[in-house]
Write a protein that binds this ligand. Structure first.
Ligand SMILES: Cc1cc2nc3c(=O)[nH]c(=O)nc-3n(C[C@H](O)[C@H](O)[C@H](O)COP(=O)(O)OP(=O)(O)OC[C@H]3O[C@@H](n4cnc5c(N)ncnc54)[C@H](O)[C@@H]3O)c2cc1C
Length: 544
């Protein structure tokens, strides 16, 4: 029996596995940690699906998503996403996901930024947890039937590619410390975002972008890397940024700063009564331009509502900052939260390598220059279904033919073995920490050519240093072999940001503060013999 290899066990990976199993196709999911530790469980706010009873429509969801993304995402793909949203929420309920309901027993929906109607369905303040646990239960059913296998303590190393076609992946087994080729009829990447490039973000550092970087070095095109979402309301803690969910503003929370002892509700002053719920890029940019300490007040919503709908925000503020949000405002700052850019895929979620797919946050397709809250869980679930359907359409088990990658596997294994014999002059983790510091410095909310060029220079220095490093026996082998991929990805992000000489969505260039139609398209970047080649996809080659 053939199989599909899925790399990553968050919502998108689980969705693909379930969808393949429904079609009788076996898959193997590999990940270093169980699904319960994937970033998907952190999602608190919700998942979007229209409510026709209040006049909302798929057409409006499509328009909001397109304009929230600043008009560079593909309409056809977004139409597919939005038209399936209500059915996806129904499917999630059918597999046991808990959604909050209103007094009439209807699905409760809250307001989220940039959306014309309240359309974000949620499960208390634990949407991601409820979603993952329902999906894991469904997977177990198919595991018992032999249609899904889940392997832990396994990391992606590289894709097995020959003549533009994927044959599987080289997988690092953390227990045996061996690199093992796993052959498959198709490979689906579901590895999440690129948080580790920036160190302290709202997300999980297990999402380090390595897989995207390594694939890039293997000839896979990446897209829209310059668009990095800064979430406007986060709080600093020792080890990371904690998210104050957009649900807090969706429920009525107000942003303000203090001047002469009085509160100035600057977003409402600038954009009217819905100002607090402008898309994230606009709120973050406004906060940056203001240059004042901004606060978010939800205390006036009352303890009952806060306990029922904002329990996670309440707990985070209490636990990490000792703030009682029922009584006092929360000091908030923007921070890196989501990556609109990633692996370039067509509307079937296939990359430019045949048989290699990408889904969820590691893929770039629906969100353009800025993602709307509640659209990411939706896209992760939907992307898994689309990739599974596409694979099933032409599936023939073991139809991939024989391709031998054992030589490649032993070469890479030899490098890992040597790690035990040599000691590096540079600690690998030091370079990773410095990288995070520099990425924050050069790729902040506001960017300039001068700073971005400095960032690219710094990256060249790190890449050179990394090429001379011996593997460091003091850290997990994964951290050794992933370093170069992460650095190459970071440089590709900088090259993409330097190239786009305009301001659009999350890419805010103070030296080019206006939108410019010469850039009204997705950026596609590829790696060719060490050169970073970029073009703007006006012909929409990737949207077919
Ligand atoms: C705090 C927070 C709150 C959020 N709230 C919402 C919300 O309310 N609504 C919404 O729509 N979106 C929200 N998002 C975004 C959303 O949660 C994510 O975009 C989405 O869950 C991503 O799912 P995924 O399957 O692509 O990736 P993930 O859930 O990140 O899973 C990635 C998987 O890949 C594995 N992996 C990574 N690297 C490797 C490797 N090298 N080898 C093997 N495996 C690897 C990981 O271990 C993991 O299993 C939020 C994000 C954060 C950080």
């Amino acid at each position: 029996m053939g199989k599909v290899l899925i790399i990553g066990a968050g919502v998108s990976g689980l969705s693909a596995a379930i969808s393949l199993a429904e079609r009788g196709i076996k898959s193997v999911i590999i990940s270093p940690f169980p699904s319960e530790r994937a970033q998907s469980v952190m999602a608190a706010g919700g998942i979007n699906a229209i409510n026709t009873k209040v006049g909302d429509s798929t057409k409006q969801h499509v328009e909001d998503t397109l304009s929230g993304g600043c008009d560079i995402a593909g309409r056809e793909a977004i139409e597919g996403l939005c038209s399936c949203a209500p059915e996806i929420v129904r499917q999630l309920e059918c597999i046991g996901m808990v959604f909050t309901r209103d007094e009439e027993g209807e699905l409760a929906r809250r307001a989220f930024g940039g959306q014309t109607y309240n359309r974000t369905c949620y499960g208390g303040s634990s949407t991601g947890k409820y979603m993952v646990s329902a999906m894991v239960m469904k997977c177990r059913q198919y595991e018992a039937a032999g249609l899904i296998e889940r392997l832990l303590w396994t990391d992606f190393h590289s894709c097995l590619i020959k003549d533009g076609k994927a044959y599987g992946a080289l997988i690092f087994n953390e227990a045996t410390r061996e690199l093992v080729p796993m052959y498959a009829d198709a490979v689906i990447m579901a590895t999440g975002g690129q948080n580790a490039l920036f160190g302290k973000t709202t997300g999980s550092t297990t999402c380090d972008g390595y897989a995207a970087g390594r694939l890039f070095m293997q000839g896979v095109s990446l897209k829209n890397l310059e668009f990095i979402q800064y979430h406007p309301t986060t709080i600093e803690t020792y080890h990371k940024r904690m998210l104050v969910s957009e649900a807090a503003r969706g429920e009525g929370g107000r942003l303000f700063y203090e001047k002469d002892g009085k509160r100035v509700y600057f977003m409402e002053d600038k954009f009217g009564p819905n100002g607090n719920l402008m898309p994230r890029d606009i709120v973050s940019k406004s906060m940056y331009e203001l240059g004042e300490q901004v606060f978010l007040d939800v205390s006036f919503l009352g303890r009952k509502l806060i306990d029922e709908r904002l329990a996670e925000v309440r707990d985070i503020c209490e636990k990490y900052r000792g703030i009682d949000i029922t009584k006092e405002p929360i000091p908030v700052e923007p921070s890196v939260h989501f990556f609109m850019g990633g692996i370039a895929v067509n509307n079937n979620h296939e990359t430019n390598i045949k048989g290699l797919y990408a889904i969820g946050e590691c893929a770039s397709i629906y969100h353009g220059a800025n993602r709307l809250g509640g659209n990411s869980l939706l896209a992760a679930f939907y992307g898994g279904q689309v990739a599974a359907r596409s694979i099933a359409e032409s599936y023939s088990p073991d139809g991939n033919g024989a391709a031998d990658f054992s030589h490649f596997a032993s070469e890479e294994t030899e490098k890992l073995r040597k790690a035990g014999e040599t000691k590096s002059k540079f600690p690998v983790m030091y370079i990773r920490d410095m990288l995070a510091e520099d990425m924050n410095k050069y790729l902040g909310i506001a960017r300039t050519e001068k700073e971005l060029l400095k960032g690219r220079e710094t990256l060249d220095f790190y890449l050179d240093a990394a090429s001379k490093l011996n593997y460091d026996r003091n850290v997990l082998p994964y951290f050794n072999y992933s370093l170069q991929g992460i650095l190459v990805l970071a440089k590709a992000v900088l090259v993409s940001a330097i190239s786009r000489k305009e301001t659009r969505g999350a890419h805010f260039r103070t030296d080019y503060p206006e939108r410019d139609d010469n850039y009204a398209a997705a950026s596609i970047i590829s790696f060719n013999d060490g050169a970073y080649e970029l073009y703007y996809d006006f012909e929409k080659k990737f949207e077919k």
